[in-house]
Design a protein around this ligand. Structure first.
Ligand code: ZN
Length: 247
């Protein structure tokens, strides 16, 4: 019969590896979701800026035409002033011309400030579009990583599970039940004694116990403080332990 303590050590090692793999993969889908959300926000910013920019551009093109029209009207009225026959008519035209000039000045200055706004917004829009492109690339990389890792991990997890089954077959049912019961509370279900202490909770193990554990490879001993399975101090819980049992 294979040593129970060695088999339990190997099983604990495999379970921890499987936990690690699950954790490693666990964050990725969340990261992808975050990146996707970021991209949606970035795209809506582009849309918003683009909308405002188009409004301004429309205003600018209309205003440019209006300015020409105002100048034309002003000129026509100035011509008419030469043809008037009395002061009253002249003053009325002067008043109209003044109004046109005022309107022209106001529109010109608004056009200038909108022009500056347009310039700033165009720059902002370029930056926002760049950001969208950057996020799209990042999202693609993330998606590829997830796919790649999922493929690789599937194979590794499958192999580890197969190995685990082989190891489990070497552990007697009562011990396996005990192991699974303890694993509910402790991921590192079985731990070695290190420097006379349980390496799970670091409480000391009586010397008598340490000797007992070393000499009874087929009996399960629990740490009286944390309840983990205690394995002899001369054992290393690693890949080699698995190999040793299976070969
Ligand atoms: Zn302990």
């Amino acid at each position: 019969m294979t040593s129970q303590s060695k088999s339990i050590g190997a099983l604990s090692f495999l379970d921890l590896r499987l936990d690690e793999l699950n954790e490693e993969f666990g964050d990725l889908p969340e990261l992808e979701k975050d990146k996707h959300r970021e991209l949606v926000n970035a795209k809506s910013l582009v849309e918003e800026t683009d909308g405002v920019l188009k409004e301004i551009q429309h205003f600018v093109s209309v205003a440019n035409v209006t300015l020409i029209e105002l100048k034309d009207k002003e000129e026509k009225l100035t011509q008419q002033q030469f043809l008037v026959r009395n002061n009253k008519e002249f003053d009325a035209l002067s008043h109209e011309i003044d109004n046109l000039k005022k309107e022209h000045t106001e529109l010109s200055s608004k056009l200038k400030s909108e022009g500056i706004k347009e310039e700033n917004l165009s720059q902002l829009l370029d930056e926002q579009k760049e950001n969208v492109k950057k996020l799209e690339v990042e999202l693609t990389i993330l998606k590829n990583n997830i796919e790649e890792l999922a493929g690789e991990q599937k194979q590794i997890v499958r192999d580890l599970r197969l190995t685990k089954e082989k190891i489990e077959a070497k552990i007697n049912i009562a011990n396996l039940k005990e192991y699974n019961r303890i694993r509910v509370n402790h991921n590192d279900t079985a731990v070695t004694i290190k420097r006379n202490c349980c390496s799970g909770c670091f409480n000391s193990v009586p010397p008598q116990r340490i000797v007992e554990i070393r000499n009874n490879e087929n009996k399960i001993f629990l740490c009286e403080h944390c309840g983990r399975i205690l394995l002899p101090d001369n054992m290393e819980i690693d890949e080699n332990l698995v190999d040793e049992i299976l070969h």
